[in-house]
Design a protein around this ligand. Sequence first.
Ligand SMILES: [Zn+2]
Length: 151
Amino acid sequence: MDINKSTQLAKEISKKIGTKDYQDIILRILNNIKKGNKFDISSCYCCPETMIETDKTGENKPHIRLKLNKDIKKPEHIIWEILHEYGHCLSGIPEIPSINREIEAWDKAYLKLLKYPKLKIMEQSFFDYQKNCLETYYFKDFCLKGFNRND
Ligand SMILES: [Zn+2]
């Protein structure tokens, strides 16, 4: 586990969200993700969206690329996003995106949230953010199905 890199990233995220209030929690989450050397996470300023990089050979561990050059409405949103991607890592990276895999990742994210009392008191913000994301996914899923039907 690369503690210095995690500390650096936690600081970078805190700077982006404009508060150090969550830096300790973010650091703990980052260390958790990197624990056991199964997953990795770093910031990204070129991805169109936050994503998980994988390769088919399985040689490289799944790597969360956290997009930081975008508008973040509430500081905690970045934490919900990290936990969601962590949820994907834990439930296996889907080759084909589906709404069920998204829900599974959010469920796992919520279980992680529960470990931090400081986050638990903000769970309504988590649910609101989750709802917002899922509505976007539902729409994407619908478009995809519509597209296939006409294909
Ligand atoms: Zn997702």
